[in-house]
Ligand binder design. Structure first.
Ligand code: AMP
Length: 594
């Protein structure tokens, strides 16, 4: 990216964040002016465009509240029941609990905003890390098929929409090693193979390794383990493996495998043959300066795995985005993953915030800040005793649930994410992502959130360290068939210094892990355990690669590989069976909790 372009983009961020209040006023004014006559807004505002009336009369909603409007548009009714803007496509959000994707209306303005975020971030990265223009990024990026809706418009994941956007094709794509045809290929294994092969052929140009969400990494490492011999053989012979048959992948590869390169194959093979793959990323790509992948929120479970394979290269979570709206970017990209905050960009949407009582003493009696207490917040909002606040009025240290209003027909829509204010960039707040407002596990009246489960597992992981084990990925489910019900965790482990998949698990250590998880869960869980209303927690260790099968299952049901987030908690029977059929050891918490 040219210096003048970087400066221009950085200046734009400064201007926008300095005028956060004005930008937000402008955006709401514009939305109301354009959409006051839609069926939806008209019902509450009767054609008026006053901002105060909007806040007073338009309700705060969830997807379920507006689903009937969206379904009508998907089925072919004119979109002006929600927006007067021209709808260009539907974006499918992965943010569901019931397994069905949510449809989000998208306009040219939405696509342009979505595409502008990586551009702005690119400028921020250039500011913080020198010399990025001297090389490329090996980004593992995959597209997903779109499908037609009865309205005649296509529906697709936001990652697919972004990858085929003009902004990506004409600008950002130039910063990556892989040709666009391969990125847009719908054959994921062939695309992954070619992306890695080109990345290795161009290894001396590679200054960063990336994807969007960190959950792509374990999949990529497993793929390399299964295919490195073919990759090295292709490099050695200058001939692409015959199983790469897709023209989208095969044709562009021809310009990379021009002639045999035994020198490179000789260099790579010993790296792959090494018993330990610790730090392999830096050995394969010695000039890589950082890993670009989102590791905040539920993605934090991959930090250990990425640290292990990358030899602790900085991991940079660049932006916070959703299918419904773009939120913000990480203005201090070199902060440690646990200290990442995202600065909200005030021209992306109109943002409001529901205060969430995270530190309430009630929590000790079980009223979590997720689910339950948020319902309380909404109740309070309805009876006027709590105040939903504007972007510029959020308070340092306070927790909030984010609510968005967009030109594309979302009005006071609860995205479902809980954020904490950690500071301000000019007048715009910076937020730490706390969690998706999901109750992960629930038995009886105990409700354990994703964040609480993640913290408890982190505490237990310490038990594994002296034995050389690394927890690479986990999931869970609430076994409500047992009496009493109990929580079951699936863990995929690997040995730090070896790639062997034959693990000798020490039952004392594993039982201690079960116990540490239980001890680290909250007051109500421990109370219910002591009262025997919840049974002993169980850890089921699964074979290496089991979670890849889980991902394949969700992808076969329509999940986008790039947007895939390993479910923290499984609710679908077939998904539980996939992991259950790959269990190599079962361990239980024993004894009484202190
Ligand atoms: P989707 O609906 O598939 O677009 O997913 C959007 C959701 O992914 C957001 O609402 C968040 O819950 C999550 N998400 C997106 N960006 C981040 C991030 N940087 N850190 C943590 N979670 C994120």
């Amino acid at each position: 990216m040219e210096k003048s372009r970087i400066e221009y983009l950085l200046k734009k961020i400064e201007e926008q964040t300095s005028n956060a209040g004005e930008e937000q006023e402008k955006i709401l004014e514009n939305i109301l002016k354009r959409n006051a006559e839609t069926d939806y807004l008209n019902k509450f505002l009767h054609g008026q465009t006053d901002k105060q009336l909007f806040k007073k009369y338009v309700p705060v909603v969830t997807y379920e509240d507006i689903k009937s409007y969206i379904d009508r548009i998907v089925d072919g009714e004119p979109p002006n029941i929600l927006t007067t803007e021209t709808i260009t496509e539907f974006i499918l959000s992965s943010g569901t609990s019931g397994g069905e994707p949510k449809y989000v209306l998208s306009t040219a303005d939405c696509s342009q905003k979505r595409a502008s975020i990586p551009m702005l971030m690119e400028a921020v990265m250039h500011k913080h890390i020198e010399g990025l223009d001297k090389g490329k990024g090996m980004y593992l990026l995959f597209s997903n098929p779109d499908f037609d809706t009865p309205s005649g418009l296509k529906a697709r994941m936001f990652s697919s929409s972004y990858l085929s956007s003009p902004t990506f094709k004409t600008t950002l794509f130039k910063t990556v090693t892989t040709p666009i045809e391969i990125i847009l290929s719908l054959n994921k294994p062939q695309s992954m193979y070619c992306q890695l092969l080109i990345g290795l052929i161009r290894r001396h140009e590679v200054l960063r390794i990336g994807t969007i969400f960190a959950s792509t990494f374990p999949n990529c490492i497993k793929f390399l383990q299964d295919h490195w011999k073919d990759i090295c053989s292709d490099i050695r012979t200058g001939h692409l493996s015959d199983w790469i048959t897709e023209p989208d992948c095969r044709t562009p590869m021809l310009s990379f495998l021009l002639e045999p390169n035994s020198e490179l194959a000789d260099l790579l093979e010993p790296i792959f043959k090494n018993e330990s793959w610790e730090g392999i990323i830096t050995k394969l790509w010695p000039k890589a300066k950082y890993i670009d992948a989102i590791v905040t929120g539920s993605m934090s479970q991959y930090i250990g795995l990425i640290d292990y394979y990358s030899g602790r290269l900085p991991i940079i979570s660049t932006f916070y985005n959703s299918s419904e709206a773009c939120f913000g970017i990480n203005m201090e990209p070199l902060n440690k993953p646990w200290d990442v905050s995202y600065t909200f960009l005030p021209n992306m949407a109109y943002f409001e915030f529901i205060p969430v009582d995270k530190e309430s003493p009630q929590k000790a009696q079980k009223l979590h800040f997720n689910g339950v207490s948020n319902e309380e917040s909404i109740e309070k909002l309805e009876n006027g005793s709590a105040q939903i606040v504007d972007l510029v009025d959020v308070k340092m240290g306070q927790f909030y649930e984010v609510v968005v209003t967009t030109l594309a027909g979302l009005y006071r829509y609860r995205v479902g994410d809980i954020l904490k204010v950690t500071g301000f960039h000019n007048k715009s707040p910076k937020f730490q992502f706390v969690e998706r407002q999901n109750v992960a596990l629930s038995i009886d009246r105990d409700k354990t959130s994703e964040a609480d489960l993640s913290k408890a597992i982190k505490a237990a992981e310490i038990e594994l360290e002296p034995h050389g084990f690394l927890l690479t990925v986990y999931s869970s489910f609430a076994d409500t068939w047992s009496i009493p019900g109990r929580y079951i965790l699936f863990w995929e482990l690997k040995l730090r210094d070896s790639n062997t998949d034959r693990l000798k698990l020490d039952s004392n250590t594993m039982e201690q892990c079960c116990r540490r998880v239980e001890e680290s869960l909250d007051f109500t869980y421990r109370l219910y355990r002591k009262m025997n209303l919840i049974g002993p927690l169980e850890i089921r260790v699964v074979k290496f690669g089991a979670f890849d099968e889980l991902m394949n299952f969700f992808v076969s049901r329509g999940a986008a590989p790039l947007q895939y987030k390993t479910p923290c908690c499984l609710k679908i029977k077939e998904a539980i069976e996939i992991l259950d059929s790959r269990v190599v050891g079962k361990f239980f918490s024993n004894g009484n909790l202190a």
